[in-house]
Structure formats: C-alpha cells, structure tokens
Design a protein around this ligand. Structure first.
Ligand code: GDD
Ligand code: MG
Length: 351
C-alpha cells in the first residue's frame, strides 16, 4: 500500500505578515484558489487509494480538519503534534503509527507547501519510485537547480540504477550548504536540489533512524505508544514527545544513509519559501509587477504588492515587496526576503 504522509507542521515565517503562528503558510491560499495544503492533497489524486495522513501542530487542528473535510478526505487521519520537533520526528511518528496498525506501508512523504508546474511529471516520478521504495531503498526526488539557493538540500547523483529506470544512486546529500558551497555545487551537472519529497517503506525508514538517530526513535516510540484517538484526530502524548530532539530528516538520516536513490522530477517547482518565490510564480503585468487587492503602481517595476484592505500605491518603486495586512506592513527589497525570518524572531523576542 502507498500511504501519503503530508507534513503540515511548519511555521512559514518567511511569509510574514500573511503567514502567522495561528495561520502558517500551508493553510493560506497563496497560489491558485486552494490553500497550499489542499493543492498538495489534490495533486495526489490517482496516486493512491489510501486517505493521506496529515501531521500538523495541535494548534492548527481545526483549520487542517476543515480544509481536509472540504476535499472529502477527512477520515481520522490527522496526527497532532503537541510541539514542533521538525520533520524527522514527524515522519517517525507517522511511520510508527502505520506500523502500530499492523501495516508496513510504503510512505510517500510530502511537504504541504509545494507547487509543481507539471503535475504529470510529478506523478511519473512517483510511479518510477514506487518499486524502488518497495525494495528497501530511500527514494528522494531531484529538481534541476537554477540558482545557488542555500535553503535547500543538494544531491550529488551517482551511477544510474539500471538502464531501464530513471533513477540514480545518491553519492552525497548536502543539506543547506553555505553560499560558497552552493555556487560550487551548481557547477556540477550531476547535482540536483532535493525537492523535500521522500518515499520509503515505514520499516526501512525506522531501521535507518535506529542506526543514525536512535534517540529520536526512542522518544517517538514512547510517545506513539501513548497515542489517543479523539474525534478526527490522533493525539501524540505531550510529555513524552516534547523532549524529543528537534531535527530534520535531511540532517538526521539523508546526509548519512547508504541506501538513497534519486528520481528526477522534470518539472518547474517551488516550495514558496519566500515572497520573491511568490513574485516568480505570480502573473506579471508588462512592467513585471505582481499585485493583489487594491493596488496602484506608478512608474514602478518588478514589485510584489499585496493589499489586504484599502489602497496601496507605489511611485518609482523597483524590485520591492510590499505586504499590507490589517495589523502589519512589510516593505522589503526583493533580494533580501530571506531575512523576514529574522524580523519574525525579533518580534517574538520583544513579546
Ligand atoms: N508535522 C510537521 N512537524 N511538519 C513540519 C515540521 C514539524 O515539526 N517542520 C516542518 N514541517 C513541514 C513543513 O510545513 C513543510 O511542509 C515540510 O515539513 C518541510 O519543512 P521546511 O521547514 O519547509 O523544510 P525546508 O524547506 O527548510 O527544507 C526541506 O525542504 C526543501 C525543499 O523545500 C529539506 O528537505 C530540503 O532538503 C529541501 O530542499
Ligand atoms: Mg520549505
């Protein structure tokens, strides 16, 4: 059985002030007419007959449940984390929960914030990956890189697995390199970005985790043993989970494993990681502006301007992000949008 596991517990802080603690980006409608979570679920149609498991923070349970219900996919399939411990514990919880039900499904782990321009290429890659994962490999999905992004994982491809399958051994997995390293990696034609999708059998992942991070496995095993079913939700034990080390799957397993392969996805892709990514994806007018709401731009180029209420006007503005919401305004140079995270941190510290 192929069981989709959708990770929906991120904070999306680089999309402040639209993305907030109570409403992080995966639940927002930022591209198209559905939320990013809903688009991720819709993209799975025809891939698996199993209802996906969605794993998110308990604070967002009602938003998640409502969005999943709207797609007729609600089926006691939302796992609630009492606190965010990053993706390695989240995936471990999903894998253990599936094993507890007496299954050893092949997990298709997906982020809740991705956009693919070519959905059939996405589906083709999943089709290619399935038998590999069923045979005990950890499958990653590679995207052709275009810029020296430091927020992604990079995969150095090795030999082709066999001549009939579009899959390669993973020579090296480098999570979030420095800018110098990223520039160097881009020069290598056998390097791709890690898309953040993974496929493996639940038991394969748990066995690898037992080798590289037995501490995470132990905490999660204890927490899942005390799981409570509550309406549409599966609640993980708070006291036992809260002390689990926070780590991403990339650092915990993917950088170390000897059993990874990469299947390329021949599609444009974005993880909507920043306002400039939304500008890239958005429909531009002849001056390169993307705008939403009541916006008037005069002699202005290549901006992303969003107004939640009231008129926002710009004059002689270039390469700028302007986000106006009811209680906050962000004005940022498009080349510095990664630093929005730092503003959010400062706001948190100031209480
Ligand atoms: N349930 C749960 N719990 N989900 C989480 C948690 C958590 O604690 N933390 C993050 N997520 C979800 C996010 O909502 C997102 O859908 C996904 O997991 C990936 O997390 P990010 O925090 O967005 O990761 P990243 O973008 O820094 O890096 C990952 O994705 C890149 C591609 O988008 C890595 O896998 C990189 O290697 C990869 O290139
Ligand atoms: Mg991300």
């Amino acid at each position: 059985m192929l069981l989709p596991v959708v990770l929906a517990g991120g904070s999306g802080s680089r999309l402040w002030p639209l993305s907030r603690e109570l409403m992080p980006k995966q639940f927002l409608t930022l591209h198209g007419d559905k939320s990013l979570l809903q688009s991720s679920l819709i993209r799975l149609s025809g891939i698996s007959t199993a209802k996906p498991l969605v794993i998110c923070n308990e604070e967002h349970r009602f938003i998640a449940a409502e969005q999943i219900r709207q797609l007729n996919l609600l089926d006691k399939n939302i796992i609630l984390e009492p606190s965010s411990r990053n993706t390695a514990p989240a995936i471990t919880i999903a894998a253990l929960y599936a094993m507890q039900r007496g299954e050893d499904p092949t997990l298709l782990v997906l982020a809740a914030d991705h956009v693919f321009s070519n959905v059939s290429a996405f589906k083709q890659a999943i089709h290619t990956a399935k038998p590999l994962a069923e045979n005990g490999l950890l499958v990653t999905f590679g995207i052709k890189p275009s810029t020296p992004e430091t927020g992604y994982g990079y995969i150095k491809q090795g030999k082709i697995l066999n001549d009939c399958v579009n899959a390669y051994l993973v020579k090296q997995f480098i999570e979030k390199p420095s800018i110098e390293q990223a520039k160097q990696l881009l020069l290598d034609s056998d390097v791709c970005w890690n898309s953040g999708l993974f496929m493996f059998k639940a038991s394969t992942f748990l066995n690898e985790l037992a080798i590289y991070r037995p501490d995470i496995l132990l905490h999660c095993q204890n927490a899942v043993a005390q799981t409570l079913a509550d309406m549409d939700f599966i609640r993980i034990n708070k006291e036992l989970f809260i002390n689990c080390p926070a780590e991403s799957i990339d650092y915990a397993v993917m950088e170390h494993t000897q059993s990874a392969v990469v299947v390329p996805i021949e599609s444009e892709w974005s993880d909507i990681g920043s306002w400039s990514a939304l500008w890239e994806l958005g429909e531009k007018d002849t001056l390169g502006n993307v705008q939403y709401g009541e916006v008037l731009q005069h002699n202005s180029h290549n901006n992303y301007v969003y107004s939640e209420s009231g008129l926002v006007a710009t004059i002689g503005l270039e390469n700028t992000i302007v986000i106006q919401t009811n209680d906050a305004v962000l004005v940022a140079n498009k080349d510095h949008v990664q630093q929005v995270k730092e503003i959010v941190q400062t706001i948190k510290e100031q209480g």
